[in-house]
Design a protein around this ligand. Structure first.
Ligand code: ZN
Ligand code: ZN
Length: 188
C-alpha cells in the first residue's frame, strides 16, 4: 500500500461544459492511496479544486470548491503473464470493456478524475441558495435590490389608464380656462 499527494494542472474540460468547470491549468490537489491486490492496483482518492461557473438564476460568476472522491481498479493487462489466473470470467465481455488497465506499470487517472469531478459538481449552480434571480421586467439582480418591484399595470386596465389621462388633461384645460377668466375680470 502506498499513499501519494500530488498537485496537478487541471486538464481541458474538467467539468460540465458551459455550466461549471475547473479552468484548464488550475491546480487540482490529489490524495491517492494505491493498494496492490491480486488482479492489479486499487486506486482510492480525493481530488480538490476550484471550479468556476455562473449562477443559473442571476448569471453572476461564481466559484465552487470541488471535493470529489473516487475509487477505481486498474487491472494488470494480462494477469497470466504474472502467473495469476485471469480474474474476470470469460462470459463477462461487457464489463471487460469498462475495465481500466495498467500500462507499463502506469495508470491513466484522467478519465476517473473527470467522472468524479463531473459527479461532484452541481448541475444547477447558484451564487447563493436563496438567490432570487433577475427581475423578469427589467433584468435587475433581485438580491442586490431587496424589495425591488414594478407597479404592475394589468393589460385590461391599460386602456382605462389612457382614458384617465385624457380626463385629467381636460380638467387642466378647464382650470386654465377659469384662471384665464379670472385674469380677464381683473384686467377689466
Ligand atoms: Zn445568483
Ligand atoms: Zn425590475
Amino acid at each position: 500500500m502506498q499513499r501519494l499527494s500530488r498537485t496537478i494542472d487541471a486538464p481541458k474540460d474538467l467539468g460540465i461544459q458551459g455550466v461549471i468547470a475547473v479552468p484548464e491549468g488550475a491546480p487540482v490537489e490529489l490524495e491517492l492511496r494505491l493498494e496492490s491486490v491480486m488482479e492489479g492496483v486499487l486506486v482510492t482518492g480525493t481530488a480538490r479544486a476550484s471550479a468556476k461557473g455562473e449562477c443559473v438564476r442571476c448569471l453572476e460568476p461564481l466559484d465552487h470548491e470541488v471535493d470529489a472522491d473516487f475509487q477505481e481498479m486498474f487491472s494488470y493487462p494480462d494477469a497470466d503473464d504474472r502467473g495469476r489466473v485471469k480474474a474476470e470470467p470469460a462470459d463477462d465481455a461487457e464489463e471487460d470493456e469498462d475495465r481500466l488497465y495498467l500500462e507499463d506499470g502506469l495508470f491513466d487517472l484522467e478519465p476517473v478524475l473527470r467522472d468524479a469531478v463531473v459527479l461532484a459538481l452541481p448541475m444547477q449552480p447558484v451564487c447563493q441558495e436563496d438567490c432570487e434571480g433577475l427581475c423578469s421586467e427589467c433584468g435587475v439582480r433581485l438580491s442586490d435590490e431587496p424589495g425591488h418591484h414594478h407597479d404592475a399595470v394589468d393589460i385590461r386596465w391599460a386602456a382605462l389608464q389612457g382614458l384617465a389621462g385624457t380626463i385629467q388633461d381636460g380638467e387642466k384645460d378647464e382650470m386654465s380656462g377659469a384662471e384665464a377668466g379670472v385674469d380677464e375680470k381683473q384686467e377689466k
